[in-house]
Design a protein around this ligand. Structure first.
Ligand SMILES: Cc1cc2nc3c(=O)[nH]c(=O)nc-3n(C[C@H](O)[C@H](O)[C@H](O)COP(=O)(O)OP(=O)(O)OC[C@H]3O[C@@H](n4cnc5c(N)ncnc54)[C@H](O)[C@@H]3O)c2cc1C
Length: 181
């Protein structure tokens, strides 16, 4: 089972369901690029909801609508749950200061909200939750480790190793043994 935590908990009764941190991503289109490089700008969130922002079209021009710049901004925490209109208004005011330009004519292309974006890791956090529930049933993902890509990958490796052990295959024995199993 390599789904997100909520689906895993739905499919495996009794599996621990963690709390989550929400994230909202705002995509704005502008006539001109407000910054001619591909920096990721960490705003500090004191003067607005955006935690970090980048001119995504400076990273990959194909991502932007034709002849326009694409500015992608990330909102973390409680502000991510604000209504889109209000969030957009607050973000524009902040982004005008961050990029030192007017954002009035920017167009909001999309606002993607994910209420379950990242499993919360309140202390004390167990970074090695069991991935083998019983022989033949394994669960992996960021919610069994740390809430990162490497946490998800690491738990996947732990699950694969447990499965190999249950099948009596030594790691490194090769794909032939797996096929035979
Ligand atoms: C906006 C955002 C930015 C992030 N930025 C970073 C970052 O910069 N660095 C970092 O390390 N981490 C980041 N993360 C966290 C990272 O993306 C996750 O921790 C990681 O992707 C979790 O991997 P996973 O395999 O556990 O789950 P997922 O990547 O969520 O994969 C689960 C998969 O299961 C599939 N699935 C769900 N239900 C079913 C079903 N019933 N049947 C079959 N398949 C199903 C889903 O479609 C999905 O493909 C970010 C997360 C978000 C949301």
């Amino acid at each position: 089972m390599a789904t997100g935590a909520r689906t895993a908990a739905d499919l495996i009764p009794g599996l621990r369901l963690p709390g989550f941190h929400p994230v909202t991503i705002l995509h704005h289109a502008a006539d001109e690029s407000p910054l001619r490089d591909a920096s990721l700008i960490l705003t500090g969130t004191r003067r607005g909801p955006v935690a970090h922002t980048t001119v995504a079209s400076e990273v990959d021009p194909d991502r932007a609508p034709l002849d326009r710049a694409l500015i992608t901004s990330t909102v973390l925490g409680a502000a991510a749950a604000l209504p889109v209109r209000e969030l957009d208004r607050m973000a524009r005011a902040q982004l005008a200061r961050v990029y030192d330009t007017s954002t009035t004519a920017w167009r909001l292309l999309a606002a993607h909200h994910d209420a379950d974006a990242v499993p919360a890791m309140p202390a004390p956090h167990d970074v090695r939750r069991p991935v083998r529930l019983l022989s033949g049933l394994y669960v992996c993902g960021d919610h069994r480790d740390t809430s990162t890509v490497q946490g998800a990958l690491f738990s996947g490796r732990r699950a694969a190793q447990a499965l190999l052990r249950d099948l009596g295959i030594r790691p490194g024995q090769g794909s032939q043994a797996l096929r035979a199993a």
